[in-house]
Design a protein around this ligand. Structure first.
Ligand SMILES: [Zn+2]
Length: 308
């Protein structure tokens, strides 16, 4: 909700697409459901696959390995009039699928699988309770909210020939996804919640009884842990150089600065200037630590000068 509100302040968002559930259980119960897109069969196939991955724990049910690519497998083979319904389907790696061949799961030595197949996936609804709560709060914003399934997201992404990444999955949520998504040259901004400080109101002793005052927010030399700083360490020091990164303050004044390449220890806070105050999130662009535009330009220029 925080990020929906922040983004709305900066760009004109007209509608929201939310991936509400992993798969559409409605679709699994009545495969002859009407509607043009479902008639094509493809989308329903993705829903079934997502359902099976969840139900069988992304594991080959015969050799119990999880690292191999999995195939949807008929416990009673189709050649022996086995049903296409989900209760007859399980997951198998290619080798096990081949070895099982024309046998039923019981004949192959796994009689317990067929009963397990008939048990519905009970937890599916519970798992999604948080997403439903989010859905109701998104609706309260007054924007049109569309929901999609994980199966639909994957189907949309594969149809458009896009690689599997979180941000491209996000672009593929819902039925409103455009037929073509132009993604070349777009670098996602990765935002991680890092927290500001401890929220604990009372610290406890070793028995769990409240004892000490909460940890105070420490400001050392005008900097706070998490601030983006530029440290210019003079030549006479061992750590001479310019560093841009997140600071972790120490009461002694000797701080750590985490740059794109690693953490530099023992930089005194008097050499540091805050560029951006910590807001409880860290930002990364294309896997690099995010720098404000001017900083990035300055760095590029300096690198060019070095090469020249
Ligand atoms: Zn296997």
């Amino acid at each position: 909700m925080t990020w929906v509100e922040r983004l709305r302040r900066r760009c004109p968002i007209g509608a929201i697409s939310q991936e509400l559930v992993k798969f559409d259980t409605q679709l699994l119960r009545s495969p002859e459901i009407s509607g043009v897109e479902y008639q094509q069969g493809e989308l329903a196939g993705y829903e079934v696959r997502e359902y099976l991955l969840e139900k069988w724990g992304r594991t080959c049910m015969y050799c119990k390995r999880t690292t191999l690519p999995l195939e949807v497998e008929h416990m009673t083979p189709k050649s022996r009039h086995g049903s296409d319904a989900v209760w007859n389907l399980t997951l198998a790696c290619h080798a096990c699928n081949e070895r099982k061949g024309n046998q039923t799961a019981a004949e192959f030595g796994y009689p317990e699988l067929e009963a397990a197949g008939r048990r519905p996936l009970r937890d599916a609804a519970a798992v999604n309770a948080t997403r439903w709560a989010l859905y109701r709060r998104l609706q309260a914003l007054g924007l049109p909210v569309e929901t999609g399934t994980g199966g639909r997201t994957k189907w949309n992404r594969v149809q458009r020939g896009l690689p599997k990444t979180h941000w491209l999955d996000a672009a593929c949520v819902g039925a409103s996804t455009p037929a073509t998504l132009r993604v070349e040259g777009i670098a996602p901004l990765l935002i991680h919640a890092t927290g500001r400080h401890s929220r604990q109101m009372r610290r406890t002793n070793s028995y769990g009884f409240p004892e000490k005052a909460p940890k105070a927010t420490s400001v050392v030399g005008g900097c706070r842990t998490g601030d983006l700083v530029r440290a210019v360490v003079p030549l006479r020091s061992v750590k001479a150089g310019t560093y841009v990164g997140r600071i972790a303050v120490r009461a002694s004044g000797s701080c750590n600065v985490t740059t794109a390449t690693g953490t530099v220890q023992g930089i005194h806070v008097r050499y540091c200037t805050a560029i951006q105050r910590s807001d409880g999130y860290s930002y990364q662009n294309r896997g690099r630590r995010f720098l404000p535009w001017a900083e990035a330009q300055g760095r590029k220029r300096r690198r060019k000068d070095d090469e020249g």
